[in-house]
Design a binder for this molecule. Structure first.
Ligand SMILES: [Fe+2]
Length: 402
């Protein structure tokens, strides 16, 4: 028994940005355009979007103040500008940061207080915003999947907590996924965003909320990432690889909308919030330790995951128990090849920080923990962080002669 609703009107494929004015003309006559500080300008995407809109008599107000790990104060400033300039809808142009900020701005333009009031423990945390201005997502990266789901992540300037939000009103009304916009994405960002996609797919696959439909999305997304991430990173102009990564991103973003993430995103967000590490690097640094800790939670599912991640041919004869035990090791190997950090020490975390990280995980990222098949208490979380400081893949011996 499961639900399949998704309200996003999404255009996918090379050249779809040209449909923009047509797709948004019913949303109003004035748009707030939310971007980061430079990449949308240098790539020319910002100018293209402005031209497409103004040629169709839609006024554009630019808000280009979004930083990586977007801040609550930025959302407040954007919402104020939206109100003062009477914008009818909000466009996020960029990666997850710009689009997540656009979602939060669209919500806060028509709801009381500031976004942090709605985070767990905040004064309005029990209130579910019921409306937002229409949101348009134009994604220039293949990561986060925010163009197809309700979620957005905003960092609290004061506490450095990094809670995720998601409401029925925060789905994009229209999304444009045009892989041509991703051709200029630098190698490091290509790898970071692609690793985020891999984690969305892997986490939804082993979540309590997984269904046969979300599994179908996740399996396809994992295959596409594993086949294409190095091609896209190695040659950014490879439109075919960019298209496959973009599709993997949309599939995995939908998978987490349906099935949710699990403990890895929960453990990673506080690291990004406190140490300003990228989202993907935080995920990579805790991922293998997490899978080692949880591999007995659903043996058949973890065994299947090991096969997707690339067991050797001779390992297909193993028992499901043994396959499941290899997931952390296989992921560690993939992340090593991609040059991801393999320890949270690499991100600046020390033993003295762990209690604070555990407290933050429990306070702000409870949803992912509740979605974990195996219950995770504070001691479990600390044990995973400790393992993630000095991760050693479990040694598996075989009698093969490769
Ligand atoms: Fe993510």
């Amino acid at each position: 028994m499961f639900n399949l609703k998704n309200p996003v009107d999404l255009e996918f494929g090379a050249g779809t940005l040209n449909l923009l004015a047509n797709k948004v003309s019913h949303l109003g006559k004035k748009a707030l355009l939310v971007t980061g500080r430079s990449s949308a300008k240098t790539s020319g995407a910002q100018d293209r979007v402005i031209r497409l809109l103004t040629d169709s008599m839609i006024d554009v107000v630019i808000f280009d103040q979004v930083t990586p790990n977007p801040l609550a104060s930025t959302v407040t400033a954007g919402a104020r500008l939206t109100i003062e300039s009477s914008c009818d809808f909000v466009i996020g142009l960029g990666g997850g940061s710009a689009i997540d900020a656009a979602k939060a701005i669209a919500v806060m333009a028509v709801n009381p207080g500031v976004i942090t009031d709605y985070q767990p423990g905040g004064p309005l945390s029990l209130i579910i915003p019921q409306q937002a201005l229409p949101i348009v997502a134009i994604t220039t990266t293949a990561g986060t999947g925010t163009e197809i789901n309700r979620y957005f992540v905003i960092t609290n300037d004061t506490t450095h907590e990094k809670p995720g939000f998601g409401y029925a009103c925060s789905y994009p009304t229209v999304s444009i996924v045009d892989p041509e916009l991703m051709l200029s994405l630098p190698t490091a960002s290509t790898l970071d965003t692609g690793v985020d996609v891999l984690f969305h797919a892997m986490e939804s696959f082993v979540s309590k909320g997984a269904t046969r439909f979300s599994d179908m999305l996740a399996e396809q997304a994992m295959d596409l990432v594993l086949d294409n991430i190095q091609k896209a990173a190695g040659n950014g102009q490879n439109l075919e690889a960019r298209t496959q990564m973009a599709w993997a991103n949309t599939l995995a973003g939908w998978a987490i909308d349906l099935a949710g993430t699990v403990g890895i995103h929960s453990l990673a967000h506080p690291i990004s919030g406190h140490f300003n590490a990228t989202h993907a690097k935080s995920l990579a640094a805790v991922g293998p330790a997490y899978f080692d800790y949880n591999q007995t939670a659903n043996i058949p599912k973890y065994a299947q995951l090991a096969e997707i991640l690339g067991l050797h041919d001779h390992d297909f004869e193993l028992s499901d128990d043994d396959k499941a035990a290899r997931v952390g090791q296989l992921l560690h190997h993939i992340l090593k090849v991609l040059g991801m950090p393999l320890s949270i020490l690499d991100l600046g975390v020390s033993e003295a920080d762990l209690d604070r990280l555990v407290t933050d995980t429990l306070a702000t990222m409870r949803g992912g923990l509740d979605n974990n098949i195996k219950p995770l208490n504070a001691d479990d979380l600390k044990a995973i962080y400790q393992h993630a400081m000095h991760y050693h893949p479990v040694e598996h011996h075989c009698d093969c002669h490769e």
